[in-house]
Design a protein around this ligand. Structure first.
Ligand code: ADP
Ligand code: TRP
Length: 329
């Protein structure tokens, strides 16, 4: 089973990305053939500052390695090292109706948030479909917000195979992450672009400040509280074990507990969970050659798969290139 996912290098990763996506990506490396890449072509739709994009691309690689990706088990690479995805994007765009893209939620959500309505933003789902289909991926682990993109990818694989009466492209299935919606400090979905995130690699002081500032309701200390509607409890659920969680639930319902107590414990759990990753990241940061080697090795293997698929795709649609006729081009 081939598993593939991508993460945009468009900002610092937060604990919603971790519990919603990355943790699962890392776990899957023990069971399947996994490919993970940094979607830096996609990032161009929002980041148009070259030094920043370079830094964020490197940061994403450091983050994945620090969080436990093992290069001997899973491939990690940059999207830009597989230029063939752009060719497949074009080919898919010729079999995809405009209506499909006009129905994309992400385009509407992003333009509503003020992101420029470029052609790139509109074509974003086709590039994402090319990312998935070029490796003949079977399973794509993502959060809820990406499900529509996977459904569009299934449609595009069908359009291509039907148009050219072939079965070159493989229909992928989405896999929802265990925690598909982690709330931010304001109770909305945690997101890089909402200013409500708790970063994975924040300093202990600054993370604690963010956690102590989580929005709660105004129930008095002595009154019973509802854990199900509390943002602090939703985050405790991600990091506390079952026993501890049951105790917190009882304390909430019994009353006599202030939200400050739960926040303090959450800050400790954040530290216990992420301090080891922070240390590992600092070591990796001191060894940029190692990180670059991992990315190059990942790209070489991934590109071999992509080139084979593109050979089949070109054959299926009758695209002739000099390289298909001679090796000496
Ligand atoms: P952001 O909204 O912060 O820009 P991305 O769109 O880059 O995040 O998402 C990267 C991955 O993390 C996706 O698989 C997405 O579904 C997941 N993800 C992002 N935010 C959350 C969240 N608050 N809860 C759960 N998963 C999330
Ligand atoms: N669009 C995804 C996101 O914002 C990132 C991405 C790009 C992706 N290509 C992909 C995810 C292919 C899964 C598969 O999170």
């Amino acid at each position: 089973m081939r598993v593939l996912s991508g993460i945009q290098s468009s900002g610092k990763l937060h604990i919603g990305n971790y519990f919603g996506a990355i943790k699962q990506h890392i776990e899957l490396q023990n069971e399947h053939d996994c490919l993970y890449f940094i979607a830096n072509y996609h990032s161009l739709t929002t980041v148009q500052d070259p030094p920043l994009l370079r830094q964020l691309t490197l940061d994403a690689a450091l983050d994945y390695l620090a969080l436990g990706l093992k290069p001997e088990k899973a491939l990690l690479f940059r999207q830009t090292d597989i230029p063939e995805v752009n060719e497949l994007t074009w080919i898919l765009s010729t079999v995809t109706g405009r209506g499909l893209l006009e129905r994309a939620h992400s385009y509407k959500d992003k333009t509503a948030k003020g992101i420029a309505p470029s052609m790139g933003l509109m074509l974003y789902p086709i590039l994402m479909a090319a990312d998935i289909l070029i490796y003949k991926s079977n399973l794509v682990p993502v959060g809820k917000d990406q499900i529509q993109h996977i459904e569009m990818t299934q449609d595009m694989a069908g359009y291509f195979n039907n148009t050219y009466k072939c079965d070159v492209l493989v229909r992928p299935e989405p896999r929802l992450n265990a925690f598909s919606l982690v709330p931010g400090v304001d109770g909305q979905k945690m997101s890089k672009s909402y200013g409500n995130a708790i970063d994975i690699f924040d300093s202990p002081q600054s993370a604690k400040k963010r956690i102590m500032g989580i929005k709660t309701d105004s129930t008095h200390v002595e009154d019973p509280k509802n854990p199900e509607t509390c943002n602090v409890f939703a985050l405790l659920r991600l990091m506390a074990d079952e026993n501890e969680l049951t105790k917190w639930e009882e304390r909430y319902r019994a009353g006599g507990m202030g939200y400050g107590d739960a926040k303090k414990r959450l800050a400790e759990l954040y530290e216990e969970t992420f301090a080891p990753f922070r240390e590992k990241r600092a070591k990796l940061e001191a060894d940029p050659d190692f990180v670059e080697d991992v990315l190059i090795m990942g790209a070489r293997k991934a590109r071999a798969i992509a080139q084979q698929t593109m050979h089949e795709v070109r054959e299926a649609c009758g695209l002739v290139t000099a390289t298909t006729k001679t090796d000496n081009f």
